[in-house]
Design a protein around this ligand. Structure first.
Ligand SMILES: *Cc1c(COP(=O)(O)O)cnc(C)c1O
Length: 381
């Protein structure tokens, strides 16, 4: 079935017989049992709820997995995956990670005895050089946030297979519409459902999807035990968001391409990092392993002053954290998503006081360009 069709009809299980076209929100904490030792299939919402199950059944189809778990946030999903590891385990991860993942690894997971090495995973030799006897997993983001580095997923998949490592991919930026890591060798795909999947900047959610029954069983156990499942109402919002995923992604990418090209021609813009520009170092690889480039752009302006002027001058575009929604957002990674990363490390990776990140929405692209032109010049509305 076509991806766009699965976004809408990916779950064929029915939960009532009213003919409701939209799945009901089963706003209940618990479920009555028909008899002693019997169950309707649902016992307690922490474990499972029909509305959440509908959402998970759709996600499993979209990512080509065997199980998908819907969490109350992307970070809750990543935290649950970290529970698969034991003290002494070593994980190699991308060095240009989402700031929250970086914080989780360096401040929480380390307390549980998990050891991390962060490297530029777009260089496969660097990954292999770090593999030791205790290495258990590879955690990859591609393209990365905010520098848009691209990692060869099939290449990492081969390394993971050779060394029997768990291969985890955070697929938030491209979504399964543009990239399917499980088909390229990954064992677990993570999402911040808050971003493109939800798509409307109105709900926090996360997913872990796997194509391995044993991992699925372990994750289900962690899920019901630690209790960070997505609520019925928020599950419903995600179900509704995902219905339009394909057309939103197409429009966001189309807008992003036009804006990236326009930014490249502006005198005050010193660098544009958009995977869809043929000048981007990850362009060819992206074309091989993904079916699209997504809607995320980061760019460097000529001075800190220009950066601040843009952030303070925007009105249609909003200066706000997060990404992937229908509204175009601009962020200042240095102060926001990557504020907790030590300055020297941040600067070395290009996340400086001149770098801005744009999550392109579905507005009319000319309106967005008009606004960017105005704020770059420093004019008010
Ligand atoms: C936002 C984000 C997360 C965290 O997800 P939340 O839903 O905010 O908890 C993880 N990874 C990436 C790439 C993200 O953009």
């Amino acid at each position: 079935m076509d991806f766009g069709t699965l976004c809408i009809h990916g779950n064929d299980k029915k939960y009532d017989n009213t003919g409701a076209v939209s799945v009901p929100i089963f706003q209940t904490a618990t479920f009555a049992h028909p008899g002693v030792g019997e169950s309707t299939g649902y016992d307690y919402t922490r474990q499972q709820n029909p509305t959440r199950e509908h959402l998970e059944n759709v996600m499993v189809k979209l990512e080509d997995g065997v199980d998908a778990l819907a969490f109350s946030s992307g970070m809750a999903a990543i935290s649950a995956v970290m529970e698969l590891f034991s003290p002494g385990d070593h994980i190699i991860a991308s060095d240009d990670l989402y700031g929250g993942s970086h914080r989780l690894f360096q401040h929480i997971a380390v307390k549980n005895g998990i050891i991390f090495d962060l490297v530029n995973t777009s260089n496969l030799f660097l990954i292999e050089a770090l593999i030791g006897p205790n290495t258990k997993a590879l955690f990859i983001e591609t393209p990365t946030n905010p520098m848009m580095q691209v990692t060869d997923l099939a290449g990492v998949g081969k390394i993971a297979q050779k060394h029997r490592l768990l291969f985890i991919v955070d697929n938030t930026f491209l979504t399964p519409y543009f990239q399917k890591p499980l088909q390229l060798g990954a064992d677990i795909v993570i999402h911040s459902g808050t971003k493109y999947l939800g798509g409307h900047n109105d709900t926090i959610a996360g997913f872990a999807v796997t194509n391995d029954e044993t991992i699925a069983e372990k994750l289900r156990f962690i899920f019901k035990t630690t209790g960070a499942g997505l609520s019925p109402f928020d599950s419903w919002l995600l179900i509704r968001g995902i219905k339009t995923l394909a057309i939103r992604m197409d429009k966001q990418q189309e807008n992003a391409m036009v804006i990236a090209q326009w930014l490249s021609q502006q005198e005050k813009i010193k660098a544009v990092h958009y995977v869809g520009l043929p000048t981007h170092p990850g362009y060819e690889l992206s074309r091989r392993q993904a079916t699209g480039f997504g809607g995320m752009i980061s760019f460097e302006v000529d001075s800190e002053e220009t950066a601040r002027q843009i952030l303070e001058g925007v009105s249609l575009i909003q200066y706000a954290e997060s990404l992937g929604g229908v509204e175009t957002l601009i962020t200042y990674p240095m102060l926001q998503t990557h504020g907790d990363i030590p300055e020297a490390e941040r600067e070395a990776r290009g996340i400086n006081n001149r770098l801005l990140r744009l999550s392109v929405g579905i507005e009319g692209v000319q309106d967005l360009i008009n606004e960017l032109a105005r704020v770059i010049k420093g004019e008010s509305v």
